[in-house]
Design a binder for this molecule. Sequence first.
Ligand SMILES: [Zn+2]
Length: 293
Amino acid sequence: MTWFKRTEKGIQTPTELKKEVPDGLWYQCPECKKVMQTSAHVLNSYTCIECNYHARIGSKEYFELIFDDNQFTELDPTLSSSDPLEFTDSQAYPDRIKASQKKSGLKDAVRSAVGKMNGIEIVISCMDFKFIGGSMGSVVGEKISRAIDYSRKHKIPFLMISKSGGARMMEAGFSLMQMAKTSAKLALLDREKIPYISLMTDPTTGGVTASYAMLGDFNISEPGALIGFAGPRVIRETIGKDLPEGFQSAEFLLEHGFLDFLVDRKELKSKLTDLLIILKGKVTEVPQENIKA
Ligand SMILES: [Zn+2]
């Protein structure tokens, strides 16, 4: 059984020389296979011009889509993870962090920023799936908590854009603590009557769904997003039943009351603006005598 063994040495390509397929002029939709110009896809807010499939994008693209003229100030941009458990799987956790940082150009799986959206100030924390599957570790929890503190201090609405595989297993219990920490901070935001909108994008799962993603004054989602806690196979085996059609899709969750509405990414900025104007009107502009008991 030696026919498949590589006998010649020195013909492996080092990882840094392996080229990703460059972003070319053309983009093919993974859903309907339609080929379109990349520029048309970008102009369409990274949604398919044929079937409206919402491609997965990161904080850079969401900030571009939402902040006026892409102007914003990033909050806590340098926070980076330590290795509280001295965890090693196929590689040591600090090495994995370093490799992810190099590959993605990000410090961790969430970025927070403050800026204006159609002239309204807003704080946004947005997760990046390309950083260890958008997993929630101590840095993610801390950055979200600090973004909420910034919202509270300056009385600015908070938008969370979730995209996550759940807790970061390399930080085990420390990851799970972030659920409690962020939820407690959101409770303070709620007490101070500052709006919190949670936008779930494909995919939002695990401990993220089970904490801050579902705690919005408005819980909204992009169409077609997978949203759930455990994977379908685990649930099927636990309850011993087949799952209904479309289970864990944004549309299914909307129908069953878990979401307030779905928002097409092309309308994201205008819908969020409308929502904040309505909320602001409720809090500050309705005279007390007009409010009936
Ligand atoms: Zn398509």
